[in-house]
Design a protein around this ligand. Structure first.
Ligand SMILES: [Zn+2]
Length: 207
C-alpha cells in the first residue's frame, strides 16, 4: 500500500547528488542541486565546429563525469540523460557516439558516450549509427611533432570495412569536449563517407 503510494507520487526518490529525498521534479536531482550544477546550455565553437553543451566543464559536473567514466558510477547515467534532454536536438537521421578504442573499452567495460547516445537514440526514435571505429595509435616514428599531433588523433579513427545504410545528417554525442580535436577527427571521417550536416552535443564543454 505504502510502496504503491510512493510510486504514484514519484517524488520520494533521493537526489543522486545529495541523497535528500526531496526530488520534486521529474529529474534525478533536487532543486537545490539542479541549481548548483548551473545547467545553462550554451554553444561553443571548437575547430570550426559548433558544439552544444548542457553546462561548462566545472565543479561539480566534472567530478560526476569522472566518476561515471572511470569509476563505474553508472547511477549518474539518468542524470546525464536528463541534462542532455535540456538541449534541443537538431533534425538528424542518426545518432553517432564518440567511439573509444577496443583497448579502452576492455579496460572500462563500456563506452560512456555510447550509453548516452543509446538513450538519446531511443528517445528520439533514431538509429544509433556506428560507421567509424577508434583504433590503437599508429607508430609515429619519423614524423615531426606537429605531424604527430595532427596525424595521431586523425589516425585513431577508421572507417569500418562494412558500410550499410548511410546517413547525411547526424548528431555526434560525447560526454565532454575539451579541445575538440577528437570531434574534428570523427567529423572528418564521417564527411569522408558522405555526411553533410554534422551536429555535436555533449554534457559539458571546456570554454
Ligand atoms: Zn540534491
Amino acid at each position: 500500500m505504502f510502496s504503491s503510494l510512493i510510486s504514484k507520487l514519484g517524488t520520494l526518490k533521493p537526489c543522486v547528488l545529495c541523497e535528500s529525498a526531496s526530488v520534486k521534479n521529474k529529474l534525478s536531482l533536487c532543486i537545490d542541486c539542479w541549481e548548483y550544477l548551473k545547467v545553462e546550455p550554451f554553444h561553443i565553437i571548437k575547430q570550426d565546429i559548433s558544439i552544444l553543451a548542457t553546462t561548462r566543464y566545472q565543479y561539480p559536473i566534472n567530478k560526476l563525469i569522472q566518476k561515471f567514466k572511470y569509476n563505474h558510477q553508472l547511477q549518474y547515467l539518468k542524470l546525464f540523460s536528463d541534462l542532455l534532454d535540456q538541449l534541443t536536438i537538431p533534425n538528424v537521421q542518426a545518432i553517432v557516439a564518440m567511439p573509444i578504442s577496443i583497448t579502452r573499452l576492455h579496460d572500462r567495460g563500456y563506452n560512456q558516450a555510447q550509453l548516452l547516445a543509446k538513450i538519446i537514440a531511443k528517445k528520439h526514435r533514431l538509429p544509433l549509427w556506428e560507421p567509424i571505429e577508434r583504433i590503437k595509435e599508429h607508430s609515429q616514428k619519423g614524423q615531426s611533432r606537429t605531424e604527430r599531433l595532427t596525424n595521431n588523433i586523425q589516425q585513431q579513427f577508421r572507417i569500418k570495412d562494412k558500410q550499410g545504410i548511410k546517413y547525411r545528417r547526424v548528431l555526434i554525442v560525447d560526454d565532454v569536449v575539451t579541445t575538440g580535436s577528437s570531434i574534428q577527427a570523427l567529423k572528418l571521417r564521417l564527411e569522408q563517407i558522405g555526411c553533410k550536416h554534422i551536429h555535436v552535443i555533449c554534457i559539458a564543454a571546456v570554454e
